[in-house]
Design a protein around this ligand. Structure first.
Ligand code: NAD
Ligand code: ZN
Length: 244
């Protein structure tokens, strides 16, 4: 397999849609919330009211936001090159889906499901659902249930798949990284060594320089707002695709 276009995105891709990023900017979520309280599974039930309020508030913010040019561009590329464009995101919002993207891989889960910590059951819920203390598992009736997003202290089952997928990319492929500090997922998982030959062509677009990312592993580094650079990125990936 080759000629794949892989988008790997973080909170920054949704920033211009009005969703605060985790750490950057004046409105970063952690400037107002302590991640070790509301978003840590070990504390989740200890501060249940606060955590439910936090997630309900997230849901409300997300539902009012609209996809931006970057989400739409990925969807358009998927239509132009069916099966060759991969959309992998750390985000839990659904802006890629609402822009028309298919098979969005949410590494940290989404608000589409709930999970039972008692029996492991996971079930679909309406996006408009408001989380309450009386939520319970339809299988075992336990109320040890939580939104289907991966919290700190929980396993992220998709990480192994991600590492394997990126390790098996090749020089014909293109990886486009948008809007991530790589604080949660190490950049080496996405832009590290590959199994055979030369690595894929790698593009990074972040708002500003982050000294923990070794930018030399990227062939093109862009600092600026993604909506102002997405056309340039699309042009590069298309040129590479059509040159093959
Ligand atoms: P982060 O907040 O740590 O980093 C955001 C990155 O995006 C920074 O590197 C910043 O330079 C860049 N950025 C900000 N605005 C940008 C713009 N307009 N254009 C281009 N780049 C921009 O986010 P992260 O690395 O994704 O990691 C944190 C975790 O936060 C993830 O696990 C994710 O699940 C979670 N998160 C998700 C959402 C969401 O679903 N939209 C929002 C906040 C946090
Ligand atoms: Zn259960």
């Amino acid at each position: 397999m080759s000629g794949r276009i892989v988008f790997f995105t973080g909170a920054g891709v949704s920033a211009e849609s009005g969703i605060p990023t985790w750490r950057s900017g004046d409105d970063g979520v952690w400037k107002t919330e302590d991640p070790n309280r509301v978003c840590n599974i070990n504390n989740y039930f200890k501060c249940h009211d606060e955590a439910l309020a936090f997630y309900n508030q997230r849901q409300e913010i997300y539902s009012k936001c609209q996809p931006n040019a970057a989400h739409y561009a990925v969807a358009q590329l998927q239509r132009e090159f069916p099966n060759d464009v991969y959309c992998i995101t750390q985000n839990v919002d659904d802006l890629f889906e609402r822009a028309g993207c298919v098979d969005v891989d949410h590494l940290h889960g989404s608000f589409d499901t709930m999970k039972c910590l008692n029996c492991g059951n996971e079930w679909d819920i309406e996006k408009t659902k408001i989380y309450t203390k009386s939520d319970y598992c339809p299988e075992c009736k336990s109320n040890k249930v939580k939104p289907g997003i991966i919290m700190f202290g929980e396993n992220a089952p998709k990480y192994t798949q991600l590492i394997d997928f990126c390790y098996n990319l090749n020089a014909d492929d293109t990886v486009v990284v948008i809007g991530t500090s790589f604080d949660v997922i190490p950049y080496q998982w996405v832009a590290g060594k590959v199994k055979h030959g030369e690595p894929p062509f790698r593009i990074l677009c972040n708002l500003e320089k982050n000294y923990s990312i070794s930018t030399w592993v990227f062939d093109k580094v862009i600092y600026g707002k993604i909506t102002e650079h997405i056309d340039e990125i699309v042009q590069i990936v298309k040129e590479r695709k059509l040159k093959r």
